[in-house]
Design a protein around this ligand. Structure first.
Ligand code: NAD
Ligand code: UDP
Length: 320
């Protein structure tokens, strides 16, 4: 049986990945300090003998931590706050230093573990490395337009460092590593207080509170349902001979935030008003993945239509 470590495995995407790996017959070791998640995401897995949990900050990992758990053939590095919202207590803006450290020093620690154990490594990067892009859709060869010290920089530059050090290990040590540039992902287990647009609009609609559009709502995003994203991560990790590849994973179905607000209102049958609030600094104007590379290299593309994924997410938010 092969063993997979998932740093950040208790989070939104990580918990779905744990579930999928267990279902596919892997031994799963989840490492998480619950900085931006809670145990409830992984509670169902504790009864599975193939699931192991290490409650630990990855910055504090030592060799002793691995004495009683199987050693990894594969390591996913998903550990990082992922939300940009200033109002959220759990966002990377609330945890600026933690975000920089987990993506820099944390990536270094996990890369050394992968090197020592000869494990394959996948780093969860982000579409934020493209910043406020001047090219749309964003293709992997685009270098981005990032403010190096703006309010989002702790995340953007942390992830850019994470990419740089991952590729340095590929070049210097021939480590078998890959990088996923993940675009906006949604679904059950999203945090309900992270202030992101999907959770905000659904919760506001369900409570018949005003939907808060930042700016004029002309900025675009492209939303990928979490099961599609997990399938993409699986293919990126388990496809052989793609060492050092950087691949966009996201849904190219792009729409404006205003249209998105109207869609959520419709799906929740909400009578909420729509209100306009100030646009945060450096908010990217457009975001849409070019997924040609993922299609060609991995045979992957998203399958879940937005309305179907949103219905599932709305049902989830009714229960939290
Ligand atoms: P999340 O916040 O739900 O999950 C991140 C997990 O990492 C949490 O469980 C958190 O407690 C854990 N963590 C953070 N710092 C840690 C540390 N020092 N040690 C151990 N655990 C730590 O976020 P998510 O949405 O599941 O995102 C997962 C990964 O995907 C992140 O790296 C994020 O940057 C990336 N990503 C997510 C999206 C998205 O739309 N959700 C988009 C692009 C990239
Ligand atoms: N947004 C919004 N209202 C909200 C929350 C977010 O209009 O209540 C906007 C935000 O300004 C951004 C987009 O929705 O333009 C997506 O924001 P989110 O924080 O979900 O993700 P990101 O900006 O990282 O793509």
């Amino acid at each position: 049986m092969q063993t997979v470590y998932i740093a950040g495995g208790a989070g939104f995407i990580g918990s779905h990945l744990c579930k999928r790996l267990l279902a596919d017959g892997y031994e799963v070791v989840c490492i998480d300090n619950f900085l931006t998640s809670s145990k409830k995401n992984i509670n169902p897995f504790f009864s599975n003998a193939h699931f192991h949990f290490l409650q630990k900050d990855i910055l504090l990992l030592t060799e002793h931590d691995f004495e009683h758990i199987p050693l990894p053939q594969y390591i996913f590095h998903l550990a990082s706050p992922a939300s940009p919202n200033l109002k959220s207590p759990r966002s990377y803006m609330s945890y600026p230093i933690e975000t920089l450290r987990v993506n820099s020093q944390g990536t270094y620690i996990l890369l050394n573990l992968a090197k020592k154990m000869s494990s394959r490594f996948l780093y969860a990067s982000t579409s934020e490395v493209y910043g406020d892009p001047k090219v749309s859709p964003q293709v992997e060869t685009y270098w981005g337009n990032v403010n190096p010290n703006g309010i989002r920089s702790v995340y953007d530059e942390g992830k850019r460092f994470g990419e740089a050090i991952t590729i340095a290990y590929v070049r210097k040590f021939s480590l078998d590593a890959r990088i996923a540039r993940i675009f906006n992902t949604y679904g059950p287990h999203m945090q309900n207080d992270d202030g992101r647009v999907v959770s905000n609009f659904i919760l506001q609609s369900l409570h018949n509170e005003p939907l808060t559009i930042y700016g004029k709502g002309k900025q675009t995003r492209s939303f990928c349902f979490v099961s599609d994203l997990v399938e993409g991560l699986m293919k990126l990790m388990f496809t052989k001979n793609i060492n050092g590849e950087v691949v966009n994973l996201g849904n190219p179905n792009e729409r404006s935030i205003k249209v998105f607000a109207q869609l959520i209102k419709k799906l929740t049958k909400s009578s909420s008003q729509i209100v306009f609030e100030e646009l945060p600094a450096d908010d990217p104007n457009r975001r849409c993945p070019d997924i040609s590379k993922a299609k060609k290299l991995l045979g992957w593309e998203p399958k879940v239509p937005l309305e179907e994924g949103l219905q599932k997410t709305i049902e989830y938010f009714k229960t939290v």
